[in-house]
Design a protein around this ligand. Structure first.
Ligand code: CMC
Length: 436
């Protein structure tokens, strides 16, 4: 690890033998100490087993910190509540990528840098025609982002800081365009080109909602809400998709390929796909009177039904993003004049019942960021299939920041987990004629 020295150690002894290994304890700036097991196999001949990596740090990082017991989320030390209230998505992007908040000049330069890269290569348009119109937009953006490396062959030179800098700009700037075009393609409308007189979130809403024959109606409150939603999804430490990006990055793969891998990982309903799944779940429940029956199904271990938008690997108290999201949800519905939205009423009642149910209390299951985001996005006019795409647009900032940090960390090696092998022991090949 770069520059971190041990502050103690723990000793592990193999039962029934004198063999032991001293594992250095490495401190973080906050959070629990970490036992360094890198020499464990050399000293004791054993591996560790941690499916789901619940107890394993895969890297050292200075970007994001989560204290799941206290519902704390910090980006470069700044609480998410302060960033969501006072900052902007591009400022948070700068913070995540560069480590500090920008001064006025740096902020303008960064924003101009992003704007300058928001068009995609015109040849990339033709990729969309290769997809079925009813293709899921996550499938489309995964393919198109992966294809970007064919347009920027220089991106393979990942050890060049200028290549890393420009790749980050390209990804952050082009994702809204790529995402909005996936939507436009699915409904057969013309693609709208980005406009440099609009802010990042506003531009995304414009490319999603505008059509050439008529002027587009901007809504400042909705643009601000979208900006906040993007901030809330920007980064989240070593979650599944970020770890996927890092694992792909550990091989030296180019950033576009790594982010395409992250998009694929994000799509699953246990991760970013949950926002889409929440809305489907609410529609299935249909009415407050059906909540009780649904909760019984969730609690039945044979049903495989989960309360989507609830629970988190790290947060065991509450997800601070969910609180901000709920507040934003009320604001957006107010602005849109949606009074007594049945989905919101259903979601609030569902939350209320779950939070008071022994099953959820015991397991420390609380609403996560995805519980309310779908309701906001639906109210804004987003189709359900675009919810996870929006998450991907925002998380691209986290992915490129973590990818960059990894490439610049000299202690990083190719990611290559071990396993407990439980298959057949070595045996000799049996010719076909001798098999029973
Ligand atoms: N509904 C019902 N039971 C649940 C839920 C849920 N949403 N989440 C966890 N549990 C139960 C689980 O069955 C287990 O019970 P038991 O101990 O009796 O076997 C216990 O709680 C621990 O669950 P786990 O699966 O070991 O927890 P995990 O840390 O591996 O999973 C999770 C975390 C987010 C995948 C899970 O809570 C889940 O599937 N939630 C629903 C999907 C969701 O909302 N995902 C979005 C996460 S936040 C945004 C993001 O990361 O993208």
């Amino acid at each position: 690890m770069s520059g971190t020295s041990a502050v103690g150690s723990i000793t592990v002894t193999l039962d029934g033998s004198d063999n032991s290994a001293k594992l250095p304890l490495i401190p973080g700036s906050i959070g629990p100490q970490v036992a360094d097991i890198r020499k464990l196999y050399d000293n004791l001949g054993v591996f560790t087993y941690d499916p789901g990596f619940g107890n394993t740090a895969s890297c050292e990082s200075k970007i994001t910190y989560i204290d799941g017991d206290h519902g704390l989320l910090l980006h470069r030390g700044y609480p998410i509540e302060q960033l969501a209230e006072k900052s902007s998505f591009l400022e948070v992007a700068y913070l995540l990528l560069r480590g500090e908040l920008p001064n006025a000049k740096e902020k303008i330069e960064f924003e101009l840098g992003v704007l300058r890269h928001n068009m995609v290569h015109e040849q990339l348009r033709s990729f969309y025609n290769g997809f079925r119109r009813d293709a899921h937009p996550m499938a489309v953006i995964c393919g198109v982002v992966g294809a970007m490396s064919a347009f920027y062959p220089d991106s393979v030179d990942i050890n060049n800081p200028e290549v890393r800098r420009i790749s980050a700009f390209r990804l952050i700037a082009k994702l809204p365009t790529i995402a909005a075009w996936a939507y436009k393609y699915s409904i057969g409308q013309p693609f709208m080109y980005p406009r440099n007189d609009l802010g990042y979130a506003e531009n995304f809403l414009y490319m999603m909602g505008a059509v050439p024959p008529e002027p587009y109606q901007h809504n400042e409150v909705l643009s601000q809400a979208m900006d906040r939603i993007l901030i809330l999804h920007a980064d989240h430490e070593q979650n599944a998709s970020t770890s996927t990006v890092r694992l792909a990055g550990s091989t030296g793969a180019n950033p576009f390929a790594c982010v395409a891998a992250g998009i694929a990982s994000l799509w699953g309903p246990a991760h970013g796909g949950a926002n889409e799944a929440v809305l489907k779940m609410l529609a299935e429940i249909g009415h407050v009177s059906n909540i009780k029956g649904f909760i019984e199904k969730v609690k039945d271990k044979n049903s495989n039904v989960r309360l989507m938008g609830f629970g988190h690997r790290v947060y065991k108290n509450y997800d601070p993003r969910a609180k901000i999201m709920e507040k934003t949800c009320h604001e957006v519905l107010d602005v849109l004049g949606i009074k007594g939205d049945p989905l919101l009423d259903l979601a609030m009642e569902l939350e209320n019942i779950a939070l008071n149910d022994e099953y959820f209390v015991q397991r420390k299951l609380y609403p996560n960021v995805d519980f309310y985001s779908g309701i906001i996005l639906k109210a804004m006019g987003f189709p359900t299939s675009m919810f996870t795409v929006l998450f991907a647009v925002a998380r691209t900032v986290g992915w490129v920041s973590q990818w960059k940090e990894q490439v610049e960390d000299s202690s990083q090696r190719i990611g290559r987990p071990r396993q407990i092998y439980t298959g057949a022991k070595q045996r000799d090949y049996v010719p076909l004629s001798e098999r029973g």
